[in-house]
Design a protein around this ligand. Structure first.
Ligand SMILES: Nc1ncnc2c1ncn2[C@@H]1O[C@H](COP(=O)(O)OP(=O)(O)OP(=O)(O)O)[C@@H](O)[C@H]1O
Length: 276
């Protein structure tokens, strides 16, 4: 395997995960440039979360994952925002967000003024300053999701892995969060892998999309290539159309064809003048 250039942030080769003998990530290869945004798409259960968890070794995997300098990623190299994290009772928003700095702290050391400044800054950029002292368990679903994103951002890792980062957010907050991540990748060269169900949003922000089907990669490329109606209709087992609206791709699910079920004669309502 040739060493990655410094412009590459992450390379994965033949990543596989199996649970009870069933493979749910079935040989994913990936090479990400620094500052690239990869959208991870695929139906429910296609292996998106498991692939992200495998990259940070939260699940056992085979295959190789390496950074641009050839190292195996350590705890500060990849930041994962999980899909449904535990929010510990009794913890405030700022305390929870500061947990994202844990990997940077020495053994038994407390967070520094710098750690607190980073947390305060991220909370401000996500419009969460007024929530800092609130118990995490008192937040609405969308507020909690932004707090979990804040925790991932304060890690300041060069690679950010987002597992459905906007699923609980209203349309305004979706754009705010994705714009902030986009800004960070432009200013700091942050590399992003984001699993998203909203294919239009995924296409809007991602440079490339990776489509998974039952754990296997079936398409990898620019959004306009991967969001092909025939391919999506097959993989999602539902007819879709893809439109261009104001320069953006919009994926529209179509109604399924209705089949009028044949009603057995004995169940049919009998007309008044119908005789048996
Ligand atoms: N710990 C586990 N033990 C057994 N099976 C698991 C485990 N974790 C995930 N799976 C299975 O692996 C498959 C992939 O799950 P995964 O959560 O990665 O899919 P996903 O694409 O993220 O789905 P979704 O869009 O619904 O979030 C599913 O069939 C799931 O049931």
């Amino acid at each position: 395997m040739h060493p990655l250039g410094q412009t590459h942030a992450l390379r994965a080769r033949d990543v596989r995960v199996a649970f009870d003998g069933t493979e749910v990530v079935a040989g994913v290869d990936l090479e990400l440039r620094s500052g690239e945004w990869l959208g991870l798409i695929g139906p429910n259960g296609s292996g998106k979360s498991t692939f992200l968890r495998a990259l940070v070794r939260l699940v056992a995997r085979t295959g190789t994952v390496e950074l641009g300098d050839g190292r195996e990623p350590g705890p500060t190299d990849l930041a994962l925002m999980p899909q449904s994290p535990e929010l510990p009772p009794g913890m405030s928003v700022v305390e929870y967000v500061l947990l994202g700095r844990t990997a940077h702290l020495g053994w038994l050391s407390l967070e520094s003024r710098r750690d607190r400044r980073i947390a305060t800054d991220v909370l401000r950029r996500l419009g969460l300053t007024s929530f800092a002292a609130r118990p995490v368990t008192s937040l609405s679903g969308g507020e909690a999701q932004r707090v979990v994103i804040a925790r991932a951002l304060v890690q300041q890792s060069p690679v950010l892995l987002l597992d459905e980062p906007t699923s609980a957010l209203d349309v305004g907050h979706q754009v705010d969060v994705l714009e902030l991540v986009d800004e960070l990748r432009r200013s700091d060269g942050l590399t992003v892998v984001a699993a998203m169900h909203d294919l239009g949003m995924a296409a809007r922000y991602a440079d490339r999309l990776l489509l998974l089907e039952r754990g296997a990669p079936v398409a990898l490329g620019p959004p306009q290539e991967v969001l092909e109606p025939g391919l999506l209709s097959r993989v999602y087992a539902h007819p879709v159309r893809v439109h261009h609206v104001d320069g953006q791709l919009v994926v529209l699910p179509q109604p399924r064809e209705r089949h009028t079920p044949a009603v057995p004669t004995e169940l049919r309502p009998r007309a008044r003048d119908e005789v048996s």
